[in-house]
Design a protein around this ligand. Structure first.
Ligand SMILES: *Cc1c(COP(=O)(O)O)cnc(C)c1O
Length: 215
């Protein structure tokens, strides 16, 4: 975990927030990073958040960054600070329904598919625009859209990754033109966070570079 301070400082220098991605990492390791001052942690599975949360301090902000099935929304909606992986209108509708039941307002990011791989999830630009329109029409009174999230193609081609970050940055500008409070641009992981920061990321999600290899 010797890299934590360096990565945290790099994020700060770019006015970006650091999410420490703790999926498949032990409670002990998470606690050490917490003790170094980190409060925002990312997990990609609902079950894993529910398991870890009670074993760790209450002032941690948990970010769900992995695929969320509609039927699991009710389990997680009041357990996380933010859902970064909203990838469809169906999921927006479900989150709205469950948040309304609990009379809470939940922060989300719209996940855009920027990678070439079909397997990477996320919505298209068209879907994003539809959701933004509905949001402006007050279809989702219990949801606050805070910005966009994206995952780049798994490749060594820096040029390709650059283009994907630039595309997401452009969509984020469109999104923020419509929704002023949608200030967050969540992009950049262990392998590409420096490039992401240069391309205007305001939130990096770093796992293995902080915690070491996952089990
Ligand atoms: C695992 C994961 C990360 C962090 O990946 P590292 O390569 O370990 O930094 C970031 N974002 C998402 C959505 C992830 O699933």
């Amino acid at each position: 975990m010797e890299n934590f301070h360096k990565i945290s400082a790099e994020a700060k220098a770019h006015n970006a927030q650091l999410i420490a991605v703790s999926k498949m990492q032990s409670i002990e390791k998470i606690k050490s990073v917490y003790d170094m001052g980190q409060r925002d942690f990312g997990e990609n599975k609902v079950q894993e958040i529910l398991l870890k949360k009670p074993q760790l301090p209450d002032d941690i902000h948990w970010h769900l960054i992995g695929k969320l099935q509609s039927n699991k929304v009710k389990k997680i909606i009041d357990q996380v600070a933010m859902i970064q992986s909203v990838d469809s209108e169906k999921l927006m509708n479900n989150i709205q329904k469950e948040a309304a039941k609990r009379e809470i307002k939940i922060d989300v990011l719209l996940q855009i598919r920027i990678a070439e791989e079909e397997s990477k999830s996320g919505m298209t630009k068209e879907t994003m625009l539809e959701i933004i329109q509905k949001y402006l029409d007050e279809t989702y009174p219990n949801i606050q859209i805070k910005g966009l999230m994206g995952i780049t193609t798994l490749t060594d081609d820096q040029n390709q990754i650059s283009k994907e970050f630039e595309y997401l940055k452009k969509l984020h500008e469109e999104c923020q033109n419509a929704i002023t409070q949608a200030t967050i641009l969540s992009m950049g992981m262990s392998s590409d966070y420096m490039l992401a920061l240069e391309k205007g990321s305001s939130m990096i999600r770093v796992g293995s570079s902080i915690f070491g290899m996952r089990n």
